[in-house]
Design a protein around this ligand. Structure first.
Ligand SMILES: *[C@@H]1O[C@H](CO)[C@@H](O)[C@H](O)[C@H]1NC(C)=O
Ligand SMILES: *[C@@H]1O[C@H](CO)[C@@H](O)[C@H](O)[C@H]1NC(C)=O
Ligand SMILES: *[C@@H]1O[C@H](CO)[C@@H](O)[C@H](O)[C@H]1NC(C)=O
Ligand SMILES: *[C@@H]1O[C@H](CO)[C@@H](O)[C@H](O)[C@H]1NC(C)=O
Ligand SMILES: *[C@@H]1O[C@H](CO)[C@@H](O)[C@H](O)[C@H]1NC(C)=O
Length: 233
């Protein structure tokens, strides 16, 4: 039960931080439009991605510009504990022209398309070492090379631990259910025994009193029969 509660909490916490990010993005967007009316770089609705080790993840990033683009330079960096590691970079000469992307990481593939303003990358076969911040950066010549970037955090989870968690939940539920059932059965049994005992005591009382009077080996009815029969004989 406790594990379910904690996951619920962490999920809601993440959602809150996502909302905060949205508010931040909205403010940034407003300010950006206000001052420049230029490029916007976005990593989508979520600020973090959770994926299992060994899987392949899409690190999403898109750009938008109301004044159009010219020689849009972009790159992806991985924040390796403070030191920035460049994953890839390219320049999009103009709208709709596909960039020639240079990739500096052997497990990174560029999967974007300038027709969809998409500069996403794939990261193959992730390990726990790949955890951290990925920064999508873009700079548009049309707006005096102002810098724009968006950050997405990759969280790598262990497949085994996830299974363990579900297993723990199942075990806790089953054990809890069984304990509940046992308590229920015990209560019912106690009640039944209680009433049966009462009945038994009544029966015993009857038996004792009647046998005391009649002094026969037979039951109550037999004793009565004998009692009536003796005077006749
Ligand atoms: C994920 O990590 C666990 C523990 O380190 C390991 O046993 C497992 O083989 C890994 N899975 C993959 C697909 O690499
Ligand atoms: C990250 O940097 C901190 C200090 O800045 C250091 O203590 C820590 O060991 C580093 N972690 C890794 C995984 O390199
Ligand atoms: C990812 O792992 C699979 C299986 O281990 C391997 O065949 C593939 O080449 C790897 N891909 C990359 C980009 O490293
Ligand atoms: C960007 O392109 C990739 C690969 O085609 C796709 O999976 C992803 O959904 C696209 N992202 C957006 C926001 O269109
Ligand atoms: C933009 O980023 C580049 C590095 O990519 C840096 O050298 C430059 O100073 C930045 N410009 C501004 C205005 O922040």
């Amino acid at each position: 039960m406790a594990s379910v509660d904690s996951t619920g909490l962490s999920v809601s916490g993440r959602r809150t931080s996502g909302d905060l990010l949205h508010a931040g993005l909205a403010v940034a967007l407003l300010l950006g439009v206000w001052s420049v009316g230029g490029l916007e770089v976005l990593t989508g609705k979520v600020s973090s991605i959770e994926a299992m080790n060994g899987s392949t993840v899409l690190l999403p990033c898109t750009y938008a510009s109301c004044i159009g683009i010219k020689d849009l330079y972009f790159n992806w960096h991985y924040n390796d504990n403070g030191t920035m590691m460049k994953l890839c970079d390219a320049t999009i000469p103009m709208e709709g022209v596909e960039p020639r992307v240079s990739v500096y990481h052997d497990r990174v593939d560029f999967v974007g398309s300038s027709k969809k303003n998409n500069i996403s990358i794939l990261l193959w076969n992730i390990t726990f070492e790949d955890q951290g911040e990925y920064i999508c950066f873009a700079r548009n010549r049309k707006e005096k090379n102002r810098n724009h970037s968006a950050v997405i955090t990759l969280i790598v989870v262990d497949q085994m631990r996830e299974i363990d968690n579900t297993l723990t939940t199942i075990i806790v539920s089953v054990v809890g259910g069984v304990i509940g059932l046992v308590i229920f059965v015990m209560v019912i049994k106690a009640l039944v025994v209680h009433f049966l005992l009462k009945d038994d005591e009544k029966n015993k009382e009857c038996l004792v009193s009647s046998s005391g009077n009649d002094n026969t080996e037979n039951g109550l009815t037999g004793a009565k029969g004998d009692n009536k029969g003796t005077p006749k004989a």
